[in-house]
Design a protein around this ligand. Sequence first.
Ligand SMILES: Nc1ncnc2c1ncn2[C@@H]1O[C@H](COP(=O)(O)OP(=O)(O)OP(=O)(O)O)[C@@H](O)[C@H]1O
Ligand SMILES: CC(C)(CO)[C@@H](O)C(=O)[O-]
Ligand code: BAL
Length: 280
Amino acid sequence: MQIVKSVAEMQSICRKLRMQDGLLGFVPTMGALHKGHLSLVQRAGAECQTVIASIFVNPLQFGPGEDFAKYPRTFEQDCRQLEAEGVSVLFAPEATEMYPTGAVTTITVPGIGDRLDGASRPGHFTGVATVVAKLFHVVAPHRAYFGQKDAAQLAVLRQMIQDLNFDLELVSCAIVRDADGLALSSRNKYLSIPEREQALVLHRSLTKIEQSIASGERRSSTLLQIGRNTLETAKGIRVDYLAIVDARSLLPVASAERDVLIAVAAYVGRTRLIDNFLVA
Ligand SMILES: Nc1ncnc2c1ncn2[C@@H]1O[C@H](COP(=O)(O)OP(=O)(O)OP(=O)(O)O)[C@@H](O)[C@H]1O
Ligand SMILES: CC(C)(CO)[C@@H](O)C(=O)[O-]
Ligand code: BAL
């Protein structure tokens, strides 16, 4: 696996790769890799001739007081895992390489980018859209793989790709969970043993809502109450949002029909976790 730190070198490598036969698949990450990330790499490997990954903890998407400085960084281990999964090239630039003049030009997706996580983390999705657009320009993949766990991020990027005519296909990949249901996340590393137990309430509240939908309840107001009642049973949890929204616009809907997103974000101690499911 080639590890590349310079934008110019990465562009030159990707230009040559695009001249070869087969698809170029791209998996952007912030590192501290777990099986969720690896599932994206595996899917890309099954569908594409060449897989490219990136590791970049993007300062632009962290707000003041958020965890940029302490975000887990496990670069050597990440490289070993990506290499074992058959990744050809890893792009791992420094912030000075990605933003040599600071972030003068940025991309904002108004509306969608201000909803869910965008409401709780002002500026977050401008940081995400800007860095992902830059990565797309550097790599120019045929397909880019993202996790359904970050459902609001998917909605923002889908809109950006459409509006700015990026010539690529966005592939959304299923959420990978631990055996007890907790969605894998790099931030799970912050949890103490009791907090990890408390964190299970996110998935539990979604499961309760899912079961109610399966029994025929579709009214968002009732489903939200069922979810809130479950979340309230847990100690040490501060709910950021529990929402039933259209998966593309992220606007609230009155009834949970197909392709509606049911999403939760909550602080477990000081750690903010998210989880969701799409109504089938
Ligand atoms: N459990 C998971 N299942 C599937 N995809 C995932 C999972 N966790 C993260 N991803 C995806 O991996 C990509 C990189 O995400 P990122 O590096 O932010 O990891 P993360 O575990 O979500 O970390 P964080 O704690 O910052 O949310 C994103 O597209 C994200 O949606
Ligand atoms: C897409 C991404 C790599 C952009 O920094 C990040 O938001 C993430 O890991 O989900
Ligand atoms: N997975 C989204 C990255 C972030 O929380 O900043």
